[in-house]
Design a protein around this ligand. Structure first.
Ligand code: MF3
Ligand code: CO
Length: 250
């Protein structure tokens, strides 16, 4: 079942989304060589709770932390711990918060210090692909239009980034994961039609190599099979009469 949120409910979701955006900005300000991923997680959890919100990831199917921090070839769901951030790493940070029962979910990939130009391009293309997907989420369009827009941005000018297929975006509202699924690939004019009130988390994951991923023995960390670097950007958005509105923003 796909639920449509009222204007008031979307305003509630925007509050959760703002907290997520603030968490990501705060963690970005703390991100430097020498800090541990566990430290960043503690900073995030403290901030989320200080806002009267709850970290949505903590305890989700037993997940032990408030953030997912995925480094280099890790795509998503990396577990924060004692690991130290190093110069030259690609750090993807995913945050989720529940505020008064409503969810926000967002992610960004950061580069720590200098990286090769192809890595910068991977990150920038993933960010642009997310924005292209969001721009396609207008009333009357279909879920397939979002995937086609993401795929189009990821393959523009002959670019050959891997587009992760095994994980997709999702509906979001009073649960973190609602219907429908939102693939980052596909054909225009296919799938469910978008109407005002539909709220989605759109989250392209691109790699410098193949699209294939696997899960590490920890049961969570998703890595590229070929060891290539990966980037991940995510926003929670609402489809409205006036077009898509990003909710995970300050
Ligand atoms: N933000 C992720 C998503 O978009 C969920 C994190 S998985 C968790 O689906 F276990 F950490 F919660
Ligand atoms: Co998500």
């Amino acid at each position: 079942m796909v639920t449509r949120k009222s204007r008031q409910e979307i305003d509630q979701m925007r509050r959760a989304g703002r907290i997520v955006a603030e968490v990501l900005a705060l963690v970005e300000s703390e991100l430097e060589p020498g800090v541990s991923t566990g430290y960043l997680d503690r900073v995030a959890e403290k901030y989320i709770r200080s806002q009267g919100a709850v970290p949505s990831f903590k305890g989700y199917h037993g997940y032990p932390a408030s953030l997912c921090i995925s480094i280099d070839d890790e795509v998503v769901h990396g577990i924060p711990g004692e690991r130290i951030i190093r110069e030259g790493q690609l750090v993807s940070i995913d945050a989720g918060a529940i505020y008064q029962g409503w969810h926000g979910d967002g992610a960004r990939t950061f580069v720590v210090g200098g990286v090769r130009p192809d890595v910068t391009e991977l990150v920038e293309t993933t960010r642009v692909a997310l924005m292209a997907g969001i721009a396609a989420a207008v009333p009357g369009a279909r879920i397939g239009d979002i995937g086609a827009a993401v795929e189009g941005a990821a393959t523009r000018n002959g670019a050959r980034f891997g587009i992760v297929r095994q994980y997709v975006g999702h509906g979001i509202g009073t649960a973190m994961h609602e219907e429908p699924q939102v693939p980052n690939f596909g054909l225009p004019n296919r799938g469910m039609q978008l109407v005002p009130g539909i709220c989605l988390a759109i989250e392209p994951m691109l790699t410098l190599g193949s699209h294939e991923v696997e899960t590490r023995p920890d049961g969570w960390t998703v890595v590229t099979r070929d060891g290539s670097l990966a980037a991940h950007f995510e926003h929670t958005i609402a489809v409205t009469e006036r077009g898509p509105e990003i909710l995970t923003t300050v």
